[in-house]
Design a protein. Structure first.
Lengths: 437, 274
């Protein structure tokens, strides 16, 4: 089924050239995550707003009518006033930290990608992987690898790796954007009904499609369930959004409540299909609900890649407006942002990214919730860093989870949703606990 | 000029404003006072474009506010609301930089940072740039929000090329309207007076039109050029502070017996509740 010939278009070349970045990954990432005071500061985000620091502050000058100090200090003169002034070098330090973060994330992504290509039921060396990729990319002078090795790397592991990176990136960005417009670190893409709608779509196709539609050949048949899932996710989101719009404005609280109701409805529908399903269908259903990257094919990847890349880039371009939205809708309006437009764009981008991700991989929880959280702890809530970093970390973590899912019970494999929940939930709890201390 | 003209505003059956007309002229500090629920904040939200009037029009510089895109509004008007709250720990300087958004589309340049730092100095928070917003006290947060609106009032740069020069010099590129909704609610005595002094200077020197919703009538008496007294969704009285703050008006609106008394040494007047 994988041999539909379209794989020739994908150029896996560049991955091989970056092989040396591997070992650096961990140290660079670790520094990016530890450095500086922000970590402790942002931990306070979980507490109820309190008012410490009252005593730290110099008493305000008492004159009332005095002219405001004519104070246009440049960078240099701004340093003086207090000894522990963290502000002056903060800009530069932050710039360095941002660079370190992206270098670290990039290195981690490369390392994990190589592992994903090399490790599995059949272990290959990194050099061998590089050789296979170079050969597939058509580099002259590279000796041809064994056919079975090439099949494993190019037709099985590479599409799976790319799917993992795409899905993880999409979920990470979507989670970050959702948390932004809901102004709540606990928001998750599933709030707008996209995941449960997709599940219902997939279940409908798995059970009803299996009985009503004739057996379709190869690629088309393989894309039926993803297409149904995508449609289901989109319809559910549109429905939730419609319910929340009044007077041409999206009520964010209403949307939350509508999302909960639609999630319940869609779950009931999925449950109904589960009830009537036979054993084979039940197995398909279960596996879809638990998530897996095993269904990666080049045909579906091209579509999903296009959707996630487009929606993700639009999302990242919305970052400054999302920053302003953090202050509140009215405040965003007062600095010139059309809050309604941003909200609609965020919902559309999220639905597109999560819908297409879920369509190919099944339900994968926790990535959209935890990944933006980690980045925020390290770098603060600014979306310009948060969204691209969440894309990179999301992709990396999901591929890592997939590697684990393939290795733990090799030659069988665990559904990836089990791995992300098993690792993600305790990790998340630890973050929350640390935050409340 | 910025005005509400015969504006009514209703939410379902509740009438929040009824036939309110209100004018704000450049160069003046207008205080809007009145008891809780009088419609002060509603009037400010209509001027801020957050609500659209059920009847009547809101006009800014002769144009219907409802026809102006938010960005154009933001380039002419800065607003401090009572509700700005963050659930995420943003650095203070980044919060102030949000005020530069109408002029830089969110890409902070050197000039924007300078302006933001200067505005933090103006509210006495120059040393707080790198602090997280959530670690601030209520009054400090309020001052950060005021600094954010000051950064917005600084307006556009003189020309795109001279991005490093000092304060902008083109009058047309400044926001000319500054609306503040109870900006003193969390401020200590000194900062209350500092802020209103700043408002008054902005009005008199900068030609800005400043509207402040206030509860402290003595602040209004001391700093405002003109006072609008609201009561039950209508304008009850309007005029010079001493014309509005009469014992009759105060008794009718607040149900409180109060009168203006001369303070001997300074020769200033204070409103005293009997």
């Amino acid at each position: 089924m994988e041999s539909d010939g379209s794989q020739g278009t994908a150029g896996p070349g560049p991955a091989a050239g970056r092989a040396s970045g591997g070992p650096k990954a961990k140290t660079a990432e670790a520094t990016a995550f530890r450095a500086g005071p922000t970590e402790a500061d942002s931990a306070k985000a979980f507490e109820a707003p309190s008012a410490p620091g009252e005593g730290l502050r110099p008493a305000p000058p008492l004159e009332t009518e005095a002219a405001v100090p004519p104070s246009p200090p440049g960078r240099s003169s701004a340093v003086a006033p207090s000894v522990d002034d963290p502000a002056a070098p903060a800009g530069d330090r932050r710039g360095i930290r941002v660079q370190a973060l992206f270098v670290g994330l990039g290195a981690a992504a490369v390392a994990v990608s190589l592992a994903a290509l090399a490790w599995g039921a059949a272990d290959l060396s990194v050099g061998r992987v590089a050789q296979i990729l170079a050969h597939a990319a058509g580099w002259p002078g590279v000796p041809a690898p064994d056919a079975w090795e090439e099949t494993i790397v190019v037709h099985l592991r590479l599409p799976r790796l790319i799917l993992g990176l795409l899905v993880g990136a999409g979920l990470g960005v979507a989670g970050g954007m959702m948390q932004g417009i809901f102004r709540n670190p606990l928001a998750d893409p599933s709030l707008i009904g996209v995941s449960s709608g997709a599940a219902l779509g997939a279940a409908t196709m798995i059970v009803a499609g299996n009985r009503l539609l004739p057996e379709l050949p190869g690629v088309v048949g393989g894309l039926l369930v993803p297409a149904a899932a995508f449609t289901g996710g989109l319809l559910a989101t549109i429905f939730v959004h419609r319910l929340a719009v009044r007077n041409r404005r999206t009520g964010i609280t209403t949307m939350l409540l509508a999302g909960i109701a639609i999630n319940a409805l869609a779950s009931a529908g999925t449950g109904l299909w589960t009830f009537v399903a036979d054993d084979a269908e039940l197995r398909d259903l279960t596996f879809w609900t638990l998530g897996s990257l095993a269904g990666a094919q080049w045909g579906g990847l091209a579509v999903v890649g296009g959707v996630i890349a487009t929606a993700g880039l639009i999302g990242i371009r919305t970052a400054p407006a999302l920053d302003a939205m953090l202050l509140g809708e009215a405040e965003a309006h007062h600095v010139g942002i059309d809050a309604e437009k941003i909200r609609r764009r965020t919902i559309a981008c999220t639905a597109a990214m999560v819908g297409s991700a879920v369509a190919l991989s099944g339900l994968i929880f926790f990535v959209g919730l935890v990944v933006p959280h980690i980045i925020r702890l390290a770098m603060g809530p600014g979306h310009r860093v948060l969204l691209p970093a969440a894309a990179m970390l999301g992709g990396t973590l999901l591929v890592a989870a997939d590697v684990a899912a393939r290795l733990v019970v090799a030659p069988a494999e665990l559904p990836i949703g089990i791995v992300t929940a098993l690792v993600g939930a305790p990790f998340f709890l630890a973050l929350v606990r640390r935050g409340t201390e | 000029m910025f005005e509400l003209r015969e504006v009514s505003f209703r939410i379902r059956k509740a009438i929040l404003l009824e036939q309110v007309s209100l004018r704000l002229e450049p160069g003046e500090l207008l205080a809007v006072i009145g008891p809780n629920g009088a419609g002060k904040s509603t009037a400010l939200r209509l001027l801020g474009g957050e609500h659209r009037p059920s009847e009547g029009v809101v006009r800014m510089d002769g144009r219907d506010l409802g026809q102006m895109p938010p960005l154009e509004q933001a380039r002419r008007r800065a607003v401090v609301t009572q509700r700005a709250e963050l659930n995420f720990d943003m650095p203070v300087l980044d919060v102030v930089l949000l005020g530069r958004h109408p002029f830089n589309g969110g890409q902070a340049r050197r000039m924007d940072r300078k302006i933001a730092e200067r505005c933090l100095d103006e509210v006495g928070l120059g040393d707080f740039r790198g602090r997280g917003y959530l670690s601030l006290s209520g009054g400090e947060r309020q001052r950060v929000q005021i600094a954010r609106s000051l950064a917005q009032l600084a307006g556009n740069e003189p020309s795109p090329s001279a991005s490093d020069s000092e304060a902008p010099a083109v009058p047309g590129a400044f926001p000319r309207y500054w609306l503040l909704d109870e900006p003193t609610s969390a401020l200590d005595l000194a900062h209350q007076h500092r802020l209103l002094g700043l408002c008054r200077r902005r009005a008199e020197d900068g030609g800005t039109a400043v509207l402040v919703v206030l509860h402290d009538l003595n602040l209004a008496l001391r700093y405002a050029h003109r006072i609008v007294l609201m009561h039950r969704g209508r304008v009850h009285a309007e005029g010079q502070p001493e014309q509005v703050l009469t014992p009759e008006n105060l008794a009718q609106v607040y149900g409180v017996r109060a009168r203006l008394c001369d303070l001997e040494p300074e020769g200033t007047r204070q409103l005293v509740v009997c």
